[in-house]
Design a protein around this ligand. Structure first.
Ligand code: VG1
Ligand code: CO
Length: 563
């Protein structure tokens, strides 16, 4: 029998700053590289909360960014020492966030650890992140991340098998004998893509999508922004749907995402927009670093807003075999997401939920059978097939709808507006703002919430007048476990239903990012139904900037990103 690997208990100093944000712990890579035991401390904190035993199975993988493989070796050493029975890891460490969720569910695993900072850039001078997902395949809820944080601030030791090294490249099982009691620790290296692609084949009708692409000579462009979606897009588009290789752009994962920002929006996925504007491709999609976000662009660069995309998938869900089989149990959106889907849910008479920002708030509703389709304005769309948002799923959902309706993306969107009316939406991001001015801005708004002095006041800009009818700090009570999430964003709601929302990002790694959201409904038949959102929303944006004093307080004349 192989010699048993020794477990050592290493003393360490706790950190004060390992509080997971909207989606896991995200910090500059340098913090993980230079602060002693930074990764070990956080992984031990996760394991201390999980309390593993010989039956525990953890799924591990990430988006391929710099430091991921080192982090996986650390996770293996600590998992072995902390009595985890088995780790299931994507080959070369690669698993998209939706693929981790899929594998956790398929294996009924204990949970999973995802190495990603999602849409944040990667590399030694950019960001790294670690996220824990629970047994339903979804992001850990606040109760769990709070417990992990509490461990991290008082941690004194971590347990490790420092001699244990795993081979991340060879598919199949590796076994190790660990500790004095000679426990078996197993590592199983699995295909990064197989389980996920198998799941997609049960959700969509690949044959009919393939036929549509072929008979219409429908040209696609999928841009993975050098993130993890590359291998998944290659398998689905080229191997399954028979598309040529040149439909794929930036589909080889890179440790630094080619030095760019793997965030699928009009600013950071500019390449795709430029390609689509040429009029060669019929439908384009871009995905973020870890594969859970999507941006969709129609022919000639027609932009499909994520809020509209969600509503349109809802309205046309019967184009997708999965929904035909399982039915539409309910729909949900995060609070800042436009109200477009509200009209669809109402018309279809299905349950509707408005949750705080972050995918973790959808999990309970899905587990309880109340929710089939949900999304966020931040390019996240998904269903209860897994418990994460899913970029490639959204693109396949759209291909199914386009094939079913035999229309272009632009026609589909415009017909939707004609039927339901249109929610014009924009988000202004002010990235890396000085934290104290960002806090001052939010505090000012909180004061206005407290004294309710804006209620009934009129605000005019560009010849339009809006009256404030409600102002609050969004609070959510989970309908399943009654847990309460407070301070989830300041809302100013006008008498015509238009909304201004302000919150601070929980995914940045340094300074503060202010997000300001504007949502306004235009009824069917209105002459500016198809006008550019920037024009329609101009007066409300001006009012929003004035009420919040963002330019004065931050010294920023313009946001970093407008979506
Ligand atoms: C942002 C988005 C939010 C999303 C989160 C994680 O959070 O606004 O909608 O769920 O990122 O997405 P915040 O706190 O920065 O606004 V991902 O793809 O980065 O895991
Ligand atoms: Co992401």
């Amino acid at each position: 029998m192989a010699q048993s690997m020794k477990i050592t208990s290493v003393s360490t100093t706790p950190y004060e700053d390992q509080k997971p944000g909207t989606s896991g712990l995200r910090k500059p890579t340098k913090v993980f590289l230079t602060k002693a035991n930074y990764t070990e401390n956080f992984v031990q904190s996760i394991l201390s909360v999980v309390k593993p035993n010989q039956d525990s199975v953890l799924v591990v993988g990430g988006d391929g960014r710099y430091y991921m493989k080192d982090a996986i070796q650390i996770i293996a050493k600590l998992s072995a020492a902390n009595k985890v029975g088995k780790l299931v890891i994507g080959q070369s460490g690669i698993l998209s966030t939706p693929a981790v969720s899929c594998v956790i569910r398929k294996l009924s695993a204990t949970g999973g650890i995802i190495l990603t900072a999602s849409h944040n850039p990667g590399g030694p001078d950019a960001d790294f992140g670690i996220k824990y997902n629970i047994s339903n395949g979804g992001p850990a809820p606040s109760q769990v991340t709070d417990a992990i944080f509490n461990e991290s601030i008082s941690l004194k030791n971590y347990e490790t098998c420092s001699d244990l090294n795993i081979d991340l490249e060879t598919l199949g099982k590796q076994t190790f004998i660990v500790g004095d009691d000679k426990r078996t620790f197993t590592v199983d290296i699995i295909s990064s893509v197989n389980d996920y692609v198998d799941l997609m084949k049960t959700i969509f009708d690949f044959d009919s999508i393939k036929r549509f692409i072929k008979t219409k000579d429908f040209k696609l462009r999928f841009d993975a922004l050098h993130g993890v979606v590359g291998p998944y897009a290659r398998r689905v588009l080229c191997d399954e749907l028979g598309c040529p290789e040149d439909y794929l752009a930036h589909c080889v994962p890179k440790e630094d995402f080619g030095g760019s920002h793997p965030d699928p929006n009009l600013t950071y996925a500019r390449d795709l927009v430029v390609e689509m504007e040429k009029g060669i491709y019929d439908f384009g999609a871009a995905f973020d670093g870890d594969g859970d976000r999507n941006m969709l662009i129609g022919k000639n660069g027609f932009y499909v807003s994520p809020c509209d995309s969600l509503a349109i998938i809802g309205a046309n869900h019967d184009a997708i075999p999965y929904f035909r089989k399982h039915g539409m149990k309910g729909m949900a959106r995060s609070m800042p997401t436009s109200g477009a889907i509200d009209y669809v849910a109402k018309e279809m008479n299905v349950g509707f939920y408005e949750t705080p920002t972050g995918w973790k708030f959808f999990g309970n509703l899905m587990d309880d059978g109340k929710l089939s389709l949900c999304g966020e304005e931040s390019f996240g769309t998904g269903s209860d097939h897994i418990r994460e948002k899913d970029g490639l799923w959204a693109a396949l959902a759209w291909l199914s709808i386009l094939a079913h309706l035999n229309l272009t993306a632009e026609e589909v969107v415009k017909k939707h507006w004609e039927k339901y009316g249109r929610n014009c939406f924009t988000r202004y991001d002010y990235e890396q703002v000085d934290s104290s001015s960002a806090n001052q801005m939010i505090e000012g708004l909180k004061q206005l919430v407290q004294d309710q002095s804006l209620i009934g006041t009129e605000h005019s800009s560009c010849g339009q007048t809006y009256t404030v009818s409600k102002m609050d700090d969004f609070e959510y009570t989970d309908p399943i476990d009654q847990s309460v999430a407070k301070n989830q964003g300041i809302r100013i709601i006008f008498s015509d239903g238009s909304r201004l929302i302000y919150r601070l990002s929980g995914t940045g790694s340094s300074g503060a990012t202010i997000r300001m959201y504007v949502d306004s409904y235009i009824a069917t038949g209105s002459e500016n139904l198809a006008a550019p959102a920037s024009e329609v929303l101009k007066p409300l944006v001006e009012i929003a900037l004035k009420l919040s004093k963002i330019p004065q307080l931050t010294g920023r004349e313009k946001p970093t990103v407008i979506t």
